[in-house]
Design a protein around this ligand. Structure first.
Ligand SMILES: Nc1ncnc2c1ncn2[C@@H]1O[C@H](COP(=O)(O)OP(=O)(O)OP(=O)(O)O)[C@@H](O)[C@H]1O
Ligand SMILES: [Mg+2]
Length: 495
C-alpha cells in the first residue's frame, strides 16, 4: 500500500528519541551525550502528552533523587511504563540504596536502576540503552510483520489492542483442533477474524470455510442444515443431504451468532465438538468429522449461561480459546487506518478519485460513538466517496449532518464542563452528565454503565489494582468488584 497510516508509519521508519528527565544540568548533559552516542536524539522533559502514538519516546532515562526515590519521579516512571515506554532509572549512589528503595523503582516500572556515581556509569548506561533500543527495534519489526500479515488478510489495525489480537490470532490459528469463540459488538470484524483464523491455520486453510448465521435460520430447518438428513427422514426430504458440518470437513465451520442456536441443537453440537462425530437426521450411525468450529457472538454468553438459555458445557467447549475484539470507541487509533483501508477498497464507487483523507474527517469519526463500529466507518466512507464531486481529500463536509450535529453537541458539552469533568468533588454537574448521556446516545442504562466503569476503574487505580481494597473503597463485596471488572473488561491484577 502506498499510503501512510500516519500513526505507525512514522514510528516505523525511524526510532523516536529518548526522553531524559534530570534537573541537574551537568549530569543531564552527560546523559544526553551517551544517548547521542547510541545514535538517537535526546528529548528533554517535560514529558509529551502521549495523545498521539508518535509522541511516544523509544525509551526514557529518569533520575531518582535522594536515598529513597521521590514520589514525582516514581509517578513519572509509572506513567511511562503504562505507555509501554522502557525506563532506565539512575541515582547518585544507587548501589548503596536499601533493597526496598531499589525495589520501589522497579515496582513503578523501571527496567533497571543504575548508580550514576559509579566509575563505569556512562559505559553501563550506553550498553543498557543500546540493549533497550535493540529490543524495541525487534518489537517494531515483529509488530510490522504481524500488521502486514493481517493487512494481506484484509484486516487493518494499529492500536495496541488490535496488535495484541493479531498476536493472539496467530497463536490460536496454529491450534487447529481447538474450537474458538470470538466475541465483540456488531461490526467489529468477528467474521473477518474467523476467516483469518482459517487462512492462517496451516492444517485447515486448504479445507473449506463454511459459514452459518445461526440467527438467520429457523429452528426447524437448522438441524438438517447443520447435521444433514437421509432421504425420507421426514416429509419433503426427497434426497440425502450432507449438512454444513460435514461440508466443512477438513476446514472451518463458522457459527455466527451462536447464541441464537436453540437448546436442542446446542446439545447435538456439543456432541460433535466432544466426540468429533456427527449423526445425520434419519441415520442410525454417527460418522467421524474433522472440523474446527469458530463461533462468534455479540451477546454476552456468560449471562445466557446464567439464565440457562445457553448450555454451560457448550460455552466452556467453545471458550477454550477466545478472542474479544473491543469496540472501536476503545481503540480510536484504528479509525485512521480503517478509513484509508475502506477508501482504497471502495475507490471504484466514486466518479472522481479521492485519494486522500483530511485529519478532520478522521477526528469527527473519533468524536462519534460509532455503535456500528468498523462497518459503520465503511458505510460512512462509501457514502462520502459516492457523494463526492471534487478530487479533494475526504473532508468534514463529506460526512452526514448527524455527525456534524454530534460533534458540535460534544464540543458544546466539553466547553461547558470543567476539565476534570466534575464541578466539585461530590456532585457531577449538568454539563458533565449531558456529556455522558450524549456519549451513550441518551440511553440511561448505557450511561449508568459507563459511569460505573469509570468509578470502578478510578477506585482500582487508587487501590493499585488490589481488589479487596477497591471493594472497601466502594463499599461493595470483593466478589462484586471481580464481577464488575469482568463486566467492564477492566485490566485487573489479583490482590
Ligand atoms: N479491522 C478491520 N479491518 C478491515 N475491515 C474491517 C475490520 N473490522 C471490520 N471490518 C469490515 O467491517 C465490516 C463488518 O465486519 P464483520 O462482518 O466481520 O463484523 P461482525 O463482527 O461479524 O459483525 P456482526 O456482529 O454484525 O455480524 C466488514 O465489511 C469487514 O470487512
Ligand atoms: Mg458477523
Amino acid at each position: 500500500m502506498e499510503h501512510s497510516h500516519g500513526v505507525d508509519a512514522e514510528s516505523r521508519s525511524h526510532p523516536a528519541g529518548i526522553l531524559v528527565s534530570d534537573e541537574d544540568r551537568q549530569r543531564a548533559q552527560q546523559i544526553r551525550s551517551v544517548v547521542r552516542e547510541c545514535g538517537v536524539h535526546p528529548i528533554d522533559s517535560p514529558v509529551p502528552a502521549f495523545d498521539d502514538a508518535r509522541d511516544r519516546p523509544s525509551a526514557a532515562l529518569v533520575f531518582l533523587s535522594g536515598e529513597a526515590p521521590d514520589a514525582t519521579s516514581l509517578g513519572l516512571i509509572q506513567r511511562l511504563a503504562r505507555e509501554h515506554v522502557p525506563v532506565l532509572a539512575y541515582g547518585e549512589n544507587a548501589d548503596c540504596w536499601s533493597l526496598g528503595a531499589r525495589c520501589r523503582a522497579l515496582l513503578a516500572g523501571a527496567c533497571a536502576v543504575l548508580d550514576s556515581s559509579a566509575p563505569g556509569f556512562a559505559g553501563e548506561l550506553g550498553a543498557k540503552v543500546a540493549h533497550v533500543l535493540a529490543i524495541e527495534a525487534e518489537h517494531r519489526r515483529q509488530k510490522e510483520h504481524v500488521r502486514t500479515t493481517f493487512e494481506r488478510l484484509g484486516i487493518v489495525g494499529v492500536s495496541q489492542a488490535m496488535i495484541g489480537i493479531f498476536h493472539q490470532t496467530l497463536r490460536i490459528s496454529a491450534l487447529s483442533d481447538l474450537h474458538t469463540l470470538i466475541t465483540g459488538e456488531t461490526g467489529t470484524g468477528k467474521q473477518l477474524l474467523a476467516e483469518a483464523i482459517h487462512g492462517l491455520d496451516a492444517k485447515r486453510r486448504d479445507g473449506p470455510f463454511v459459514a452459518l448465521n445461526c440467527g438467520a435460520i429457523s429452528a426447524g430447518l437448522a438441524e438438517s442444515e447443520l447435521f444433514g438428513h437421509r432421504r425420507g427422514a421426514f416429509t419433503g426430504a426427497d434426497r440425502d443431504r450432507r449438512g454444513l458440518i460435514r461440508a466443512a470437513e477438513g476446514g472451518v465451520l463458522f457459527l455466527d451468532e451462536v447464541g441464537e442456536l436453540d437448546l436442542a441443537l446446542q446439545t447435538k453440537l456439543l456432541r460433535v465438538l466432544q466426540e468429533g462425530r456427527v449423526l445425520t437426521v434419519g441415520d442410525d450411525r454417527e460418522v467421524p468429522v474433522s472440523v474446527r468450529v469458530v463461533a462468534a457472538t455479540n451477546r454476552p454468553l456468560e449471562d445466557m449461561v446464567r439464565e440457562r438459555t445457553f448450555r454451560a458445557d457448550l460455552f466452556h467447549r467453545l471458550n477454550v480459546l477466545s478472542i474479544h475484539i473491543p469496540p472501536l470507541r476503545e481503540r480510536l487509533d484504528d479509525i485512521e487506518a480503517l478509513v484509508w483501508h475502506f477508501l482504497q477498497k471502495n475507490a471504484a464507487l466514486g466518479s472522481r478519485r479521492a485519494a486522500l483523507v483530511s485529519p478532520e474527517f478522521v477526528a469527527a469519526l473519533a468524536e462519534h460513538e460509532l455503535p456500528g463500529n468498523a462497518r459503520q466507518v465503511e458505510n460512512l466512507v462509501r457514502r462520502a466517496i459516492v457523494h463526492k464531486d471534487d478530487e479533494g481529500p475526504l473532508a468534514l463536509a463529506d460526512l452526514p449532518p448527524e455527525i456534524w450535529a454530534r460533534v458540535s453537541e460534544r464540543s458544546a458539552a466539553d466547553q461547558a464542563a470543567p476539565p476534570g469533568g466534575l464541578s466539585d468533588a461530590a456532585t457531577p454537574d449538568a454539563a458533565y452528565l449531558s456529556r455522558v448521556l450524549v456519549m451513550n446516545d441518551w440511553n440511561l442504562s448505557r450511561a449508568l454503565a459507563s459511569c460505573e466503569r469509570s468509578l470502578v476503574e478510578t477506585a482500582l487505580r487508587a487501590a493499585s489494582g488490589n481488589q479487596s481494597q477497591t471493594a472497601r473503597l466502594l463499599g461493595i463485596t470483593p466478589r462484586s468488584v471481580y464481577n464488575k471488572i469482568r463486566k467492564h473488561r477492566l485490566a485487573a491484577s489479583e490482590p
